[in-house]
Ligand binder design. Structure first.
Ligand code: SF4
Length: 352
């Protein structure tokens, strides 16, 4: 094996090294990414998460891409914090549809202390269903992170969004350092980290390299690395941004895979706008996690079926639920059966 393909885990990538990866001939980059991917993962499995917005809109932050910011008129309907029972209902539907992780997102700068009992109850309820739990609630201080960890939260999502240099073009209401501190609080509390960014916001390739450098040089790589393609929403400052060439997106996925060999690299926002071929190439580049949108929860969902049809065409299976040591064999077997049933129903012939 060529030494450059050796699946060494490093935390000291230089910008020059990362830029050189971006500059490789496309086939060489894809081959290297796929080689690293195969050394750490089953290349034909993709982890599925479902996203649920537990509090929508009216966010005081000014993230230039985000329709949930109260500063932009995007026509988004604001919603208060969802009732715990409703969240559990949605989690049950997500599980029946094959998701193994349930991600709950609230459009907050940071949670208020009065919100904490509600969100921790949500975590406990979703976990009791046998799902992995993830939350994204904005900035966390040390004690909030600990409260969530004590409730059993598995993952916390907090993105860096872009490079430190370009960050000020996108957000002014919180600093890069604020974000790094939240991530440090999450790690300290013992939770897994979900952290990535968005491409196609008008940044240069050097900024994409800068984002990945920040992620890859953390003392532990984020377990989950979402790479989002900007979704241009009318009313946000980025609504007229030029399209990013899909090859630049694919290069970002491939470099993320090479830099963080053991992380799940997630195709996140923007996937709906990609054709099947681009998505297939992203899996080839080492992406191995996707979000099913919220729409999945209201059946029938043609979008979800389209995903499953693509999985079928590519011979990809949903990644199996990871059984934790303290779960009984019986529960694991029930989860397995549910997954099988979900697979069968998802692979029906939509043309009939
Ligand atoms: S903090 Fe989150 S919800 Fe608020 S504007 Fe930024 S991305 Fe949107």
């Amino acid at each position: 094996m060529n030494a450059s393909f050796a699946p060494t885990i490093r935390y000291d990538w230089t910008r020059t090294e990362i830029t050189a990866l971006f500059a490789l001939p496309f086939s060489d980059l894809m081959f290297q990414a796929q080689s690293v991917h195969r050394a750490h993962f089953n290349p034909n499995e993709v982890q599925i998460s479902t996203l649920c917005s537990i509090k929508t809109g009216a966010c005081p932050e000014d993230c230039a891409y985000c329709p949930q910011s109260a500063r932009y008129d995007t026509g988004l309907e604001r919603e208060k914090l969802m009732a715990v029972e409703k969240v559990i209902e949605e989690a049950k539907a997500a599980k029946a549809s094959g998701a193994t992780r349930f991600c709950m997102g609230a459009a907050w700068r940071s949670p208020k202390n009065k919100d904490m009992p509600y969100v921790t109850t949500m975590v406990q309820g979703v976990k009791a269903l046998g799902l992995e739990t993830c939350m994204t609630l904005g900035m966390l201080d040390e004690s909030q992170a600990q409260e969530l960890a004590d409730a059993g939260l598995d993952y916390y999502n907090h993105n860096l969004d872009t490079s430190p240099e370009y960050y000020g073009e996108i957000i002014t209401t919180r600093t890069y350092q604020d974000r790094l501190e939240t991530l440090a609080n999450v790690r300290k509390a013992g939770m897994k980290v979900c952290c990535g960014g968005i491409v196609g916001m008008g940044e240069e390739e050097n900024d994409r390299a800068g984002l990945l450098q920040q992620l890859a040089n953390m003392s532990e790589h984020p377990e989950s690395v979402p790479i989002n393609m900007l979704v241009k929403v009318g009313g946000t400052p980025l609504e007229n941004e030029a399209d990013l060439d899909p090859f630049d997106f694919l290069r970002t996925i491939a470099v993320a895979r090479i830099l963080m060999p053991q992380s799940h690299v997630r195709l996140s926002a923007g996937r709906e706008q990609m054709n099947e071929q681009t998505q297939a190439m992203a899996f080839l580049a080492g992406a191995n996690s996707i979000f099913y949108g919220e729409k999945l929860l209201t059946t029938p969902n043609p979008e979800a079926n389209k995903d499953m049809q693509l999985f079928k065409k590519l011979g990809i299976k949903p990644e199996a639920y990871e059984v934790h040591e303290d779960e009984s064999e019986q529960e694991a077997s029930i989860v397995h059966q549910l997954q099988e049933a979900a697979m069968d129903s998802m692979f029906y012939n939509a043309a009939k």
